[in-house]
Write a protein that binds this ligand. Structure first.
Ligand SMILES: C[S@@+](CC[C@H](N)C(=O)[O-])C[C@H]1O[C@@H](n2cnc3c(N)ncnc32)[C@H](O)[C@@H]1O
Length: 215
């Protein structure tokens, strides 16, 4: 059974290979050259590269790419069985301004160039509740230090979670790192584009914390 599932995953990855970037380090500094070709950045458009970390099954990435045909969306996830679901949707709907990376957030300093990212999105990341695991939280200071140089001058970090303790932790870590939090709501209103987790929690009436931060 397990063998069949693994073979099946390999075939699904193969079918959706056009949406997966296998050597992402080679694109550092030129992600926008992939798609949408030829569109220059202007003060009006702002930076065109948006990156989602821990994208799960890719609902936010796909919907964001569809809603922003003038932007390049890159979604990173470390679980193949999740990321393939997003790639299958991108293939089905032929979403051209979106690519996926199978990898660990830990390595994004090698995947993107300084100042390249206009928007960095972290949604419902694992809370790692034990204190000794705090450095694994994607909003911990060790991660914020990796993100900071990658953001463009007008770049933003957007974070959402259903976990109140994680939300408070993120605010503390951002404050310690000297980030400016421009928009912070412990019970944020729904937005047009949602992740899988957000849709599930909103349907249950769970409050969702959301904030935007700039370095
Ligand atoms: C709780 S899920 C949320 C998925 C999606 N963002 C959503 O809101 O529906 C967290 C996701 O982040 C991924 N993830 C956690 N740590 C990661 C890391 N260090 N690198 C890449 N992906 C990671 C997990 O595999 C998982 O798919």
């Amino acid at each position: 059974m397990r063998m069949r599932r693994r073979k099946n995953l390999a075939a699904r990855m193969e079918r959706t290979a056009d949406w997966l970037v296998r050597a992402p380090e080679e694109y550092a500094g030129r992600w926008r050259s992939i798609i949408p070709a030829g569109l220059a950045e202007t003060a009006e458009t702002g930076p065109r590269l948006l990156v989602e970390l821990g994208c799960g099954m890719g609902r936010f990435a796909c919907d964001t790419a569809r809603a922003n045909p003038d932007k390049t969306i890159v979604a990173l996830e470390r679980v193949p069985g999740a990321v393939v679901v997003g790639m299958e949707r991108a293939r089905r709907e032929n979403i051209r301004n979106l690519r996926f990376i199978l990898g660990d957030v830990q390595n994004i300093g090698k995947i993107f160039a300084p100042g390249e990212i206009g928007g960095l999105y972290i949604h419902f990341c694992d809370p790692w509740p034990h204190r000794k695991h705090a450095p694994r939280r994607l909003v911990a200071r060790n991660f914020l230090q990796i993100y900071r140089p990658l953001l463009a001058q007008s770049g933003i970090l957007r974070f959402k979670t259903d976990n109140a303790a994680l939300f408070a932790f993120a605010r503390k870590e951002l404050a310690a790192g000297g980030w400016t939090v421009t928009d912070c709501d412990q019970n944020s209103p729904p937005e047009a584009v949602m992740t899988e987790y957000e849709a599930k929690f909103r349907a249950q009436g769970v409050p969702i914390g959301a904030l935007t931060a700039t370095p």
